[in-house]
Design a protein around this ligand. Structure first.
Ligand SMILES: Cc1cc2nc3c(=O)[nH]c(=O)nc-3n(C[C@H](O)[C@H](O)[C@H](O)COP(=O)(O)OP(=O)(O)OC[C@H]3O[C@@H](n4cnc5c(N)ncnc54)[C@H](O)[C@@H]3O)c2cc1C
Length: 244
């Protein structure tokens, strides 16, 4: 269940290790391996781990680097941070290669959403939105992280478009309000990445780092820099951003 990085690469590794297994990956998306992280088409959405450390094969650590030099940029270095879409294409390519080598009957991509599982004759029966039940000996849940819950912050009943629960949803980047306050409750790494979207959209902002707990802009915040996010080593602390 789930064909992001985990589901798609598990399928590839299983087929490398066994010549008798058949694997079906069920995911509502059309492209293997993309998931939330690698489906963005935006070129300014970069990997946050350098290319030299992103191989899908531990025993071939430069596999992604070599692929990216051929298919994206011949000058790519180990410490380069290419767009996440390039990494998604790499994962998709690995999946298609495995399917070509094993045959379509041994590696299927089923475009559907799983609704439920039940025990059935020593295995499991999978009910999807559209298809008949699928029978499997083993099911792996590779459904990724669920969207974040709404934080308990007064004032979240803001007008539509002023607050986004899930910063990676496509709508969160559309029609950004030019001059309103916004904040992000997440790790500094994600905040930095999210802010780069806004910067690329021409929105200036002031970023804050809240020391103790979740804070709203202007409320006991520590201002870091104007129009520029500077990271923090405290990975537990949430971040706050406020547009100029
Ligand atoms: C913005 C962002 C940037 C990141 N950048 C990096 C990076 O540079 N380097 C790095 O190593 N890691 C990065 N990560 C972490 C990255 O997400 C993980 O490394 C990895 O991609 C997680 O893969 P996953 O398969 O577990 O989850 P996901 O990629 O989220 O995939 C889960 C899949 O399950 C499917 N699914 C969910 N529910 C169902 C259902 N009921 N039925 C069927 N399918 C379902 C979804 O459609 C989705 O395709 C980043 C994460 C984010 C959010």
């Amino acid at each position: 269940m789930g064909g992001g990085f985990s589901g798609a690469m598990l399928a590839v590794h299983l087929l490398h290790q066994s010549s008798s297994l058949s694997v079906a990956v069920i995911d509502p998306g059309s492209l293997p391996g993309r998931g939330v992280a690698y489906s963005s088409p935006r070129k300014f959405h970069l990997l946050n781990v350098p290319a030299g450390e992103m191989s899908a094969f531990p025993d071939a650590p430069d596999d992604f680097l070599r692929w990216a030099r051929i298919h994206f940029d011949a000058g790519m270095r180990e410490r380069s941070f290419p767009p996440r879409s390039v990494y998604g294409a790499y994962l998709g390519n690995l999946f298609e290669k495995a399917r070509f080598e094993a045959g379509e009957e041994r590696l299927q991509w089923i475009r559907d959403r799983v609704l439920s599982l039940r025990h059935f004759k020593g295995g499991l029966a999978i009910q999807t939105e559209q298809g008949p039940e699928i029978l499997a000996r083993v099911v792996v849940l590779a459904t990724g992280n669920f969207p974040p819950a709404n934080p308990r912050v007064p004032g979240l009943d803001l007008p539509r478009g002023a607050y986004f629960q899930f910063p990676w949803s496509p709508e969160a980047l559309e029609n950004l309000p030019p001059a309103s306050c916004s904040w992000v409750q997440d790790s500094p790494a994600s905040t930095s990445s999210w802010l780069s979207n806004r910067r690329a959209s021409g929105v200036r902002f002031t970023s804050y780092h809240a020391r103790d707990s979740f804070l709203t802009p202007g409320d006991k915040c520590v201002r870091l820099s104007r129009g520029r996010y500077s990271g923090t080593s405290d990975r537990r602390a949430p971040c706050v951003a406020c547009c100029d």
